[in-house]
Design a protein around this ligand. Structure first.
Ligand code: BTN
Length: 320
């Protein structure tokens, strides 16, 4: 019901009377008022003038499902949206949906997370209304060893979307960091439910800092507001990321990873650098020479051997 009133308000640049809305929607005047009141509570700014009616003057800043869907036009990504004011982590909710046979492309979005997580069990700080935090449920026809390529695909989608919306040019630090001016702007987290040779479903989480207070940012992290003069609308950014994911994921499903890997190579801040990759107690040093079809990083060590790394933390030592 909110949505229908909202659609009438959105479509009109002048006042619409309560009587007209009640007539068009087939509801009482007091039901119209109740719905308007709900919209105001959701953060929409609506002016009510006696004898004239209602006028929408400002959209909500919240990532409400009707705002995400408005003009989105995707075929399967975010056709189902699960919105939460607060969640421990969107990852857990999306994992639950995966087990319950929710459709591919289901989106879980939260305004804040109390236990947002990153790779290797790290905490992902998610201040309320200050970033874009979501998880997507995908059901790709791949084997578990290929799943990392989806991290690559989502990272490329996210940076292309950020570029389109802000004009900025973020880069990707292998495996999952979105970087801007050498600081971390966002990250991707992939979790899956799989058997040895079968992926049942994958949940991909994306976090991008948009207008985070400086005090909430982890050391060496940044947000879009810090790096750009533009004020970024979270909903436009989220919509663009979702569109890019749908387009890249469809291309990947039909044509494989070649094209996406090529775009990753162009956006990578890791390739052609001398790096040190550490994982648990182990580390290797060398030149990052390429990325493999399954998303592994190929590192030429000082003896000239090329080693493939599937996980770890990368530190850039110097550009080759
Ligand atoms: C990383 O940098 O290691 C990955 C960060 C991923 C954060 C996102 S925010 C939405 C989703 N929910 C989580 O708990 N984590 C991911």
């Amino acid at each position: 019901m909110d949505k229908t009133i909202l659609e009438y308000l959105r479509a009109s640049d002048s006042y619409i009377s309560g009587e007209e809305l009640s007539h068009r929607l087939g509801i009482t005047r007091s039901a119209v008022w109740k719905n308007i009141h709900n919209l105001i509570n959701d953060g929409y700014e609506i002016i009510a003038v006696p004898h004239l009616g209602y006028k929408l003057v400002k959209l909500t800043n919240k990532l409400l499902p009707q705002e995400i869907s408005w003009g989105l036009n995707t075929k399967f990504i975010a056709r189902e949206i699960f919105y939460f004011d607060s969640l421990p982590s969107t990852m857990d909710k999306a994992m639950e949906l995966g087990l319950k046979d929710a459709p591919e492309g289901s989106l879980v979005v939260a305004e804040t997370q109390t236990k947002g997580r990153g790779r290797l069990g790290r905490h992902w700080v998610s201040p309320k209304y200050k970033g874009v935090y979501f998880s997507l449920l995908l059901r790709p026809k791949i084997i578990p060893q290929q799943a990392s390529v989806l991290t690559i695909l989502i990272a490329v989608s996210a940076i292309e979307a950020i570029q389109k919306i802000t004009g900025l040019s973020p880069s990707i630090k292998w495996p999952n960091d979105i970087m801007l001016n050498n600081k971390k702007l966002g990250g991707i987290l992939l979790e899956m439910n799989a058997e040895t040779d079968l992926v049942k479903f994958v949940v991909i989480g994306v976090g991008v800092n948009v207008n985070s207070p400086k005090t909430s940012l982890a050391p060496n992290s940044t947000c879009l507001d810090e790096e750009s003069a533009l004020k970024v609308e979270r909903v436009s950014l989220l919509q663009e990321i979702l569109k890019q994911i749908e387009s890249n994921y469809s291309a990947f499903s039909h044509e494989g990873a070649k094209n996406i890997l090529e775009r990753w190579r162009r956006a990578s801040s890791t390739l052609h650098s001398r790096i040190k990759v550490s994982y648990q107690e182990e580390s290797i040093e060398g030149e990052a020479v390429d990325i493999d079809v399954d998303g592994g990083l190929l590192v030429r060590n000082d003896s000239g051997f090329i080693e493939k790394v599937m996980a770890g933390d990368v530190v850039s030592l110097k550009r080759m």
